[in-house]
Design a protein around this ligand. Sequence first.
Ligand code: PLP
Length: 358
Amino acid sequence: RVFNFSPGPATLPYEVLVQAGKDVVNFQETGIGLIEISHRSREFMAVAEEAEKNLRELMEIPDNYKVLFLQGGASSQFFMIPMNLLGNGKKATYLNTGTWAKKAIKEAKLFGEIDVPYSSEENSFNRVPTQDEYTVAEDSEYLYFVSNNTIYGTQFPEFPETEKMLISDMSSDILSRKIDISRFGLIFAGAQKNLGPAGVTIVIIRDDLLERTPQNTPTMLKYKTHADKGSMFNTPPCFAIYAVGEVLKWLKKQGGVAAMEEINREKATLIYDVIDSTDYYIGHAEKESRSLMNISFNLPTAELEAKFIAEAATIGLNGLKGHRSIGGCRASIYNAFPRDGIVKLVEFMKQFELDNPA
Ligand code: PLP
């Protein structure tokens, strides 16, 4: 296998892939493959329950929050959140820190009055705001922010301090660091980076918010519909839920979220140290906003970047091309990305600089 730096769908723990391969053919000796078995079977219900239990344990989710396994990708949350929580034209505050924040803002404007007191767009989203750079409107229902900006490689080092409830898109850093859930009204994440395969989106929502949805909201788009039925109102994405469950078991074996946070910090530092040791590699993010999950960087020219990406692939370092919106290179190193791959990348970066002077 090669080292896969893809931003998502992304590297999963190897042992999870091997186990999933077996279970797809014959699940727990039932003689039926995992993706053939009824979602209402005893066996599958146990899988879904265990996945939720482990997520609750790992993230220390309080009892007054529901965990939902939904479909439609993280992108569907961009409209479900305001549709359920802004009723007819209430106000919310959004921080514009990148493409995914912008998309969420666009959808939210369909439902409410949206205040955007901060944007780093002029500086190609190379940072996230500090507390004194924005104020949250007094009559806001919530403050929405993207915890980790996958494309630009920025991450909130600390979460915003406000009286208002927080809502966060944690698609690219859920379970990578410890968080205090009680400060949030809702957290969501598409699975395909830190949690498992594409196809399921995790929503963690505080109980009282389930009652705020306007009556004329379609049934499938009400959080309460899914909360009341344990995410089994309709056929859930069985395989993705199963695989998330396996990733969570793996994460527990690694020592849980606190241990993972430490590993992630060490892994990212290996790459940032190279970036900081030379003018050859230029990190996209300002230092205080650096992400531990996605490291976006440039080389002196676009030609060198293309050569870097191509040569890296020949030695098994794949997926280093940056997002088309900013170009350059990006190393996505989520929880399951092995440290060995980072050591190999760092060696390659040093050698490439020597062999290809600017
Ligand atoms: N939010 C963030 C932070 C992302 O990185 C992405 C995808 O990369 C999305 C949302 C969109 O996720 P999906 O493709 O599941 O809709």
